[in-house]
Design a protein around this ligand. Structure first.
Ligand code: IMP
Ligand code: MG
Length: 190
């Protein structure tokens, strides 16, 4: 595929300051995470739970690559914050459909930033008494946090910059990008 064709397919690429991870790198990383899950969850009763909406691409890719019988579900959460400030409040917008009592659950999330969203979702999911509960976050931001969670499965650790693509949005755009990149500050500073 020529570069010209690629930019025709994703005009949003022009809004990136830099690409951190290409589609090929991301897919190789997902295969690596799926391999770890395959080893860890052999013979267990696994449910992968994607956190809407950013966790969807990773949920779908992991599910197809894991090579183990498992169920999938989704949970919706909306984090309120000023444009890009810290999360003020987390509201559950979609509940789980599956009973997860006694199951081995892995929460699948796009990014671990302040951790506020995951702390709240994890506490909520724990009330259903799964047998085990782990977290897979594709991007882990290196930063100081008030509460720290143990994230067992991490794709990439990055500095504290605003990234988009592979599920990650700015104003609900860019989730479709197959790569992950740093958004050009011009886009959000007007
Ligand atoms: P938290 O701060 O860890 O609670 O993250 C809450 C949500 O903020 C994540 O699920 C993402 O939807 C969003 N978020 C945090 N950092 C970024 C980023 O760099 N790009 C896009 N969305 C982000
Ligand atoms: Mg978001």
């Amino acid at each position: 595929m020529t570069e010209q064709n690629q930019s025709t397919e994703s005009p949003e690429l022009a809004d990136l300051e830099s690409v951190l991870y290409t589609e090929a790198q991301i897919q190789a990383k997902v295969a690596e995470l799926a391999g770890r899950l395959r080893e860890d969850y052999q013979g267990r009763d696994l449910v992968l739970i994607g956190i809407l909406k950013g966790g969807i691409p990773l949920l779908v890719d992991l599910s197809r690559k894991i090579g183990l019988p498992h169920q999938i579900d989704m949970i919706g959460a909306q984090s309120y914050r000023g444009t890009m400030g810290p999360v003020q409040e987390v509201r559950i917008t979609k509940m789980l459909d599956l009973p997860i009592h006694g199951k081995d659950v892995v929460l699948v999330e796009d990014i671990y930033d302040t951790g506020n969203t995951l702390v709240k979702i994890k506490a909520m999911v724990e009330t259903f008494e799964p047998k085990s509960l782990e977290i897979c976050a594709f991007i882990y931001k290196n930063k100081e946090r008030k509460q720290d969670l143990d994230i067992k499965y991490i794709g990439y650790k990055i500095e504290d910059v605003f990234v988009v693509g592979y599920g990650l949005d700015y104003d609900e755009y860019y989730r479709n990008l197959p790569c992950i990149g740093v958004l050009d500050p011009k886009i959000y500073s007007g």
